[in-house]
Design a protein around this ligand. Sequence first.
Ligand code: UDP
Ligand code: MG
Length: 318
Amino acid sequence: MNMNISIVVALYNESESIPELVAWIERVMAEHKYSYELIMVDDGSSDASWTRIEQAAQSNPNIHAIGFRRNYGKSAALFCGFKKASGNVVITMDADLQDSPDEIPELYRMIVDEGYDLVSGWKKKRRDNRLTKNLPSKIYNATARKMTGIKLHDMNCGLKAYRSIVVKSIEVYGEMHRYIPVLAAKSGFTRIGEKPVEHRARKYGITKFGWNRFINGFLDLLSILFISRFGKKPMHLFGLLGTLMFLLGFLSIGWLGSQKLYHVHRGIRTSLVTDSPYFYLALTAMILGTQLFLSGFLGELISRNSTERNTYQIDKEL
Ligand code: UDP
Ligand code: MG
């Protein structure tokens, strides 16, 4: 029989939390009689995290772990955890005890019984530092909702459940763990649900993400939208912009030039073409247009060489 649940936990310097987290997960899994595996990915911790994991694994054969040689980031940790996961439903959660394992059964049920591809936790009542996290996080989520069209209140919640095929079909990299629902939707997994979850205060250790998460997060959002829209056809963006820009410059120069010729022909005294500010604007527009166009060609050359240029998600076949 297939395994019910794979729990993937990315962790970085969370040694105090690990024993409690593992015990809690074990309790919930036993109560509901799930077959499961717990995959802990140690993202290059410099504290005793790995030792704690080893200790936990000794008494529980369902615990597996990967330890990075250095700190690569949460996305890298999740990526490797996803690769290893073999359960029907994959649950991700943070290691810091802010996410409650008690939410797992309901998340699991939503995937299996209600047919969701992905269910994201929603920390309706956040137990974080108010000003530095809650407000920016609200603005950030509103922006992400507007730009991606995915109606989630809490895109970046660490507690999520996935149908196994979803995590096998997406590639989380860089800091894209914030946008897994977007990655999933762009891969065609659009049944995305949300469940309000309990959020607890951090009991041990400190947060690993500072204020710059919002700037980086926003830049990543732009990248993700750009790549999903134009990643396979960069010329459609750059070519269009370049052509418009070039035409603007070309027509303006044409207008200036023909005006000049007309005046010369009629013998009317006029100033030099280069005295007009429009001449320089037109010149700049033509140069920028050419560059944009060339960027498009370069983009095409790069994507032509990409191993992913013909990667598609095939859902059905007869
Ligand atoms: N984490 C990680 N690698 C990192 C940073 C964080 O695996 O480079 C883990 C961290 O140990 C925790 C989860 O990602 O389990 C969420 O991090 P944190 O609790 O610091 O984020 P916050 O809850 O403050 O958003
Ligand atoms: Mg946390």
